[in-house]
Design a protein around this ligand. Sequence first.
Ligand code: NAD
Length: 309
Amino acid sequence: MKKHKVTVVGAGHVGATAGQRIAEAGLADVVLVDIVEGLAKGKALDISEAAPIMKHDCGLTGTSDYADTADSEIVVFTGGLARKPGMSRDDLVKANFKIIKSCVESAMKYSPNAMIIMVTNPLDVMAYTALKVSGLPKNKVIGMAGILDTGRFRSFVAEELNVSVENVFAFVLGGHGDDMVPLTRYSYVAGIPLEDLLSKEKLDAIVKRTRGGGGEIVKYLQTGSAYYAPAAAIYEMVEAILLDRHKILPCSAYLEGEYGQNDVFVGVPCKLGADGLEQIMEIKLSSDELALFAESAGHVKQTVETLDL
Ligand code: NAD
């Protein structure tokens, strides 16, 4: 059977780790693309030299040439800049917009039918950029964020209650990071509503820690940001699509009327399978939750308006 092919653009911390997880799970051959060719080549070689030990036969290619990415089924975009001292958030948006626009154009030239998983920040804005630049239908462009946010939330809840992480189910909507809208009333531990198990104070503290989860790690690392958990979240999306699992996961999706929003990418529960985003699950929100969601979507729209799209 022919192997799946996944390209990861950006062979930095997140991209290379995602490539490693995908290959080591035996899911697909992986092409790592980076503007720094040696980085992509070196990391691909290093990961592939572990293949006999990790017991898989997935190939890894490192390159700067998009011709090597031809006929990929999924292209994951993690390339871009991190904010440097003196750089405003707006400067960063403009810089990453330029990078993502040109990377999407190059990748689509060789894999016009691929699905896109966007990871580069600001995530919802870059996913919107990819949709418009690629001309792909909305089921083929999905952003990664909510799986990471819920992963953080679930791990903190499991730690607090001293239960397996597998017992904790959590729900978030909205933009990535500060803007996320955690729905604790839709969160459960082995079927038991989370709000029956934790006090409001404890829950609020966990929500706060989840919102700042990225920042907590940056503070420790000092020179970079989280990548193991983000790479795991990318892996879960790739797996759901390639194995056609019809799995419901919180992802950033293009909304056309769902949750009262139009023409914007925001985090919502998505069913992922072989057709990419197969369905956006709509759940009933309270007026407070809807207001928070609308505020979050509004922030994404404001940023999109500053771009030349
Ligand atoms: P990193 O700096 O380690 O890697 C970025 C890579 O992109 C570098 O290797 C760089 O050379 C490459 N690059 C830059 N311009 C490029 C271009 N034009 N073409 C190809 N490659 C190019 O950063 P990282 O820690 O891997 O993070 C990558 C991105 O993912 C950042 O934007 C970060 O904010 C974002 N991120 C998002 C989430 C999420 O939840 N969506 C989580 C973590 C990180």
